[in-house]
Design a protein around this ligand. Structure first.
Ligand code: NAD
Length: 290
């Protein structure tokens, strides 16, 4: 059986085209241009590339972008003041702080300072709570991108056994919640899991978010499984995922490559979340009374 290659580049372009169309319509109706502020502290080369790509995606989709570049010596207090200003700005609907931050700044304090209404990365405890309650508002962009890939490929996880390797707040945990919200049976594995292959071999859908090159090999995968590789590992010969693509693709019914799978989806979902933030701020939903 030929595995179906899930083309993240093409699907990401389709999502961005949809967002661009919806932004035009939203702006015509409301006069509001959705705006995304991206804060970067320091000059880490990988972070600079990510920020540049995010601002480029904003231009492609008609979203206004505001890049705030701060020196690496910036204190936590100054960064918090910057966030407070952005929280109050009417032309900023989404705020993103590029991670990682310099070691002297506490990440959890900074992420909590972002208004939950503008938290387009979905890392604020309030938005994590929405996700946990099964009513995601701003779902973290990478796992949300995985769900978008599955949806656009017509893969329903309802009733599937989905195994997620990794339990980070950015990928593994929200991934598990999004799958659960779609009626999957979810197992979360991590560095303390004993006999990992026992779990992965029973997965109808396997998500690898480990951060170890080619960690998932063919004998860990069931025949016909859907395999989603979130890993991005930089090796001297180039990028590679957490899945040994060469061997696993021979068993999988569908698989994401690295690069060109999950990676391109993250920014597309950031654009989608920014438009959602602008919509919610322009016309807040009426919450039913308790
Ligand atoms: P992380 O380091 O925070 O988490 C890794 C997880 O893997 C941990 O929960 C750990 O328990 C688990 N793990 C480690 N060793 C294991 C083992 N031997 N067996 C089972 N589990 C093990 O990483 P993260 O931020 O979740 O990122 C995971 C990968 O996804 C990385 O390669 C990262 O670069 C990539 N990533 C990609 C995107 C994107 O595509 N846009 C976004 C975020 C992260």
């Amino acid at each position: 059986m030929e595995p179906k290659l899930i083309d993240g580049r093409a699907i990401s372009a389709a999502v961005k085209a949809d967002v661009a169309r919806d932004v035009t319509e939203f702006t015509q109706q409301t006069g509001v241009i959705p705006g995304l502020a991206v804060i970067i502290v320091g000059d880490d080369p990988a972070s600079c590339v990510y920020v540049r790509n995010k601002c480029r995606a904003c231009r492609e989709t008609g979203i206004a972008s505001f890049e705030i570049a701060l020196p690496k010596e910036t204190t936590e207090e100054v960064l918090l003041r910057e966030i407070d200003t952005l929280n109050r700005r009417a032309d900023v609907h989404g705020i993103l702080v590029q991670l990682p931050l310099p070691r002297h700044i506490r990440e959890e304090v900074v992420l909590r300072a972002i208004s939950p209404d503008k938290d387009v990365d979905g890392f604020h405890p309030v938005n994590m709570g929405f996700l946990l309650s099964g009513r995601p508002r701003f779902a973290p962009c990478t796992p949300a991108g995985v769900m978008e890939l599955l949806d656009r490929c017509g893969i329903s996880v309802d009733g599937m056994h989905c195994v997620v390797i990794g339990r980070s707040n950015i990928v593994g945990k929200p991934m598990a919640q999004l799958l659960l919200a779609r009626n999957a049976t979810v197992t979360v594995c991590h560095s303390h899991t004993e006999d990992l292959p026992f779990y992965t071999r029973s997965a109808d859908l396997l998500v690898a978010a480990v951060g170890k090159p080619r960690f998932v090999c063919a004998d860990m995968v069931k025949d016909g499984a859907v395999v989603i590789d979130v890993g991005i590992n930089r090796l001297s010969e180039g990028l590679c995922g957490d899945v040994d693509f060469a061997t696993v693709s021979a068993k999988a019914s569908a698989i994401t490559p690295v690069p060109g799978g999950v990676g391109p989806m993250t920014i597309a979902m950031l654009m989608k979340n920014t438009l959602l933030a602008a919509r919610l701020l322009a016309c807040p939903p009426v919450e039913p009374r308790a």
